[in-house]
Design a protein around this ligand. Sequence first.
Ligand code: UVW
Length: 332
Amino acid sequence: MADSMSEFRRVADEVRNWGRWGDDDELGTLNLITADKVAEAASLVRKGKVISLGGDFSSAGPQGAFQFRQNPTHVMTVDGGDARTLAEYGPQWLRNSVAHQVAEFFVDNPFRFNDDMIVMPLQAATQWDALSHVYYEDKLYNGFPADSVTSFGAFRCGIEKVDRKGIVSRGVLLDVVRHRGAEVFLEPGTPVTPQELDDVARAQGVTITRGDIVVVHTGWWTRFLSTGDGAEPGAGLHWTCASWFHDHDVAAVAADNLMVEDPDPANGVEGTFLPMHMLCLRDMGLMLGEYWDLTELVADCAGDGVYEFQLVAPPLKVVGAVGAPVSPVAIK
Ligand code: UVW
């Protein structure tokens, strides 16, 4: 059953970090990643294994089902393979074009190159939500006014602001799929509770410490890879997990699904949408990573029983963006 707005407001007051790192702070809980924490994360590299947590950015990505985001459109802008054809057969109207000049250049010497461009929503696949992504009641994280995000981009809490933090820290995988004994992914309508996060950590023999980046396996991405269905529902984290992140002083949270949190309004807060986003991004200043591909990482952790690693996940520094692609790696 959905919780009440008054319960949501009580939790929001408890977890709010506004002013904790100064009135001008735009890093939020990334401040919990200290130099010692970065060194601790590096010490977790023991076997020299690099595991990619980034999904593909392609026309076969997870977007499209909900209309407001599309999969990437990838276009070649210079193609060395076309050079001879263009130079020899290009129509008259192309003669003064850059394409034709490039083609002629190709024909007369052995050098070739290819260039390309991409058009896509910044949230198309594996990504970080910036703190400016979600807000309510006209305030962003740290009380910044919502109208500091304009058609020119976010003047407060844009994704480029987090570059000072890398983002690098100790990553901890919580494999809820394995803990439940689920075949591939968590069935819709079965949100992960704060108690379950503790149970999974205990069963894996791992402790969450200040400044960690918690990575939650729901199995959604693995399921998507086999069905190609971006609209497939699946379970995520119950909104009250925001309190768990706050109590454990977690620096950031990522998952392998669309929204990290459970999408079912029946498990949310009456009269609103994505309450965990509201608490994490706006009240706590805690970034959310979405659509991470955990397929290889869960297999490796199950194999060696080690659920901690160095996590390196810097977003693209797109100035003023409210989210950005990332190609994270776990190093063990
Ligand atoms: C929304 O869908 C609003 O957010 P996200 O991309 O963070 O899931």
